[in-house]
Ligand binder design. Structure first.
Ligand code: AHR
Length: 480
């Protein structure tokens, strides 16, 4: 049968929340220091913030940025990172085997968010941190009362509260690699009590419960115990494989994990007779092979064209599953497993940057239902359970309706074959904007010396079929 994609603009499925294009910056490797914060560099402003990095966050229209970790947060004491810099202590950093100088802390991050035009999302230390300390941080950031930590903020030169909305109840607390990891029973008990106290202090905050992958029993259990206090449920997945097809199709595991955890959320709500519906906060996702780019060496991944296609599939998953997603945070934005790398001289946009940019700018509004007909890939997948759980079509597709335009995002993951596709729902003769990303070889990368992967823009007057070339990502946009 002829390959086809059917789109119906009447089949509006769900809203694509702008927060699905949120970011994550951790005190890890060169993400903060030497990344977004680089005092003394001629590319930085008077605050020490890299101006070229700020522009990247702005061009990606990043609505929320998570901070300061990640695993880093499990030993982080926020109060050591505020006040006069000469009084801030240097501390051993246990997650990534570094030293934390504390010269960039809460007030610097709040200032940076303001300059960028984004909202902060803070993760609480549930490793070595106490509830008192967590309450102190919320008070420091959000309180307008005449109390100790709110006055400390004023003394540090910040009269008005920052009104930080998003707060995470720990990070990956289930993981053996975590300082002070917990069992699901211990975490649920602790998170319940912390949530209650934090909401007493500031009922307006959005609390994010620490989930795992979405398909684990940890997720099911902590939701069951803490649903009452959960505004969002966090999950993390990183994908990768040495071979192209398992690598490019691996993000499909995230699609199933969203569906599974959405069901866990409903089950917990129904049992607890909970009227509100927590959303999923996919607050760490990306392509990462921790052997290729180890965390304690800064996790500086060098992304290929195969990874670029995996990125397109990741984003398609989020568009298709937008109904359940309150937020997603690419992990991370700068230098550490990131689409953008800094050098002392400027920026390198990696292969994965380009589909991500196209999604953040154009795949907004509402998700449209599509029907796809093309062959499927039947080989090895990563993880292997994808094989028996869902199809892996050669074309990975999502569609949106935004500002009166249809956006059709198509990743052709086939290493050799182009597909001539009939697009049902695209009127013949329509003027179509075409954005196209590929590379000569699946292993091509962008480096400081040579940047061959980027976006090619053109116009197309629609005809019977569109050809999606081998290993490429294409975004088509036309008036609805
Ligand atoms: O983003 C890198 C690390 O990956 C984070 O610190 C941690 O939460 C995850 O394991």
């Amino acid at each position: 049968a002829t390959p086809s994609i059917s789109i119906d603009t009447d089949r509006v499925l769900s809203e694509i929340k702008p927060e699905i294009y949120s970011g994550f910056t951790e005190h890890m490797g060169r993400c903060i220091y030497g990344g977004l914060y680089d005092p003394g560099n001629s590319l930085s402003d008077e605050n020490g913030f890299r101006k070229d990095v700020i522009e990247v966050f702005q061009e990606l229209k990043t609505p929320v940025v998570r901070y300061p970790g990640g695993n880093f947060v499990a030993t982080y004491h926020w109060y050591e990172g505020v006040g006069p810099k000469e009084n801030r202590p240097a501390r051993p950093e246990l997650a990534w085997d570094g030293v934390e100088m504390n010269t960039f802390g809460t007030d610097e991050f709040m200032k940076w968010c303001k300059v960028v035009g984004t909202e902060p999302y803070l993760a609480l230390n549930m490793g070595t941190g106490t509830l008192d300390e967590a309450l102190g941080w919320v008070e420091y950031c959000n309180s307008d009362k005449n109390t100790y930590w709110a006055n400390m903020r004023r003394k540090n030169g910040h009269e008005k509260p920052y009104n930080v909305k998003y707060w995470a109840l720990g990070n990956e607390v289930y993981g053996e690699w975590q300082v002070a990891a917990m069992t699901k029973e211990d975490y649920a008990k602790k998170a319940y009590q912390w949530a209650k106290a934090l909401k007493l202090l500031d009922p307006s905050i959005t609390l994010i419960l620490c989930g795992e992958t979405g398909y684990s029993d940890w997720d099911r259990y902590v939701l069951q115990e803490c649903i009452k206090w959960t505004d969002m449920h966090s999950i993390h997945i990183y994908t990768s494989d040495k071979e192209h097809l398992p690598n490019a199709s691996a993000p499909l595991s995230a699609e199933r994990s969203i569906e599974i955890v959405a069901a866990y959320i409903d089950q917990a709500r129904i049992q607890a007779k909970c009227k509100t519906r927590p959303t999923i906060c996919f607050d760490e996702w990306n392509i990462w092979d921790p052997i290729r780019a180890p965390g304690d060496k800064g996790a500086e991944e060098l992304y290929t064209v195969s990874d670029m296609l995996a990125m397109a599939v990741w984003c398609n998953v989020f568009i298709r599953q937008s109904k359940w997603l309150g937020m997603t945070n690419i992990a991370q934005n700068i230098n550490v497993i990131a689409p953008v790398m800094t050098t002392p001289r400027g920026l390198i946009k990696q292969t994965i940057y380009f589909p991500y940019f196209l999604f953040t700018n154009y795949m907004r509004g509402n998700t449209l239902g599509t029907h796809l007909r093309c062959g499927t890939y039947d080989g090895r997948t990563q993880p292997d359970w994808i094989e028996t759980t869902m199809d892996t079509p050669w074309l990975d597709v999502s569609a949106s309706l935004y500002e009166g335009k249809v956006g059709l995002a198509v990743a052709n993951i086939h290493p050799e074959k182009a597909f001539d596709v009939e697009i049902k729902g695209l009127p013949e003769g329509a003027e179509v904007d075409v954005y196209y990303v590929t590379g000569e070889n699946l292993t091509d990368v962008n480096t400081e010396e040579k940047q061959t992967v980027g976006i090619k823009e053109s116009k197309w007057t629609s005809k019977a079929k569109y050809t999606f070339p081998k290993h490429s990502f294409t975004l088509l946009r036309w008036k609805a």
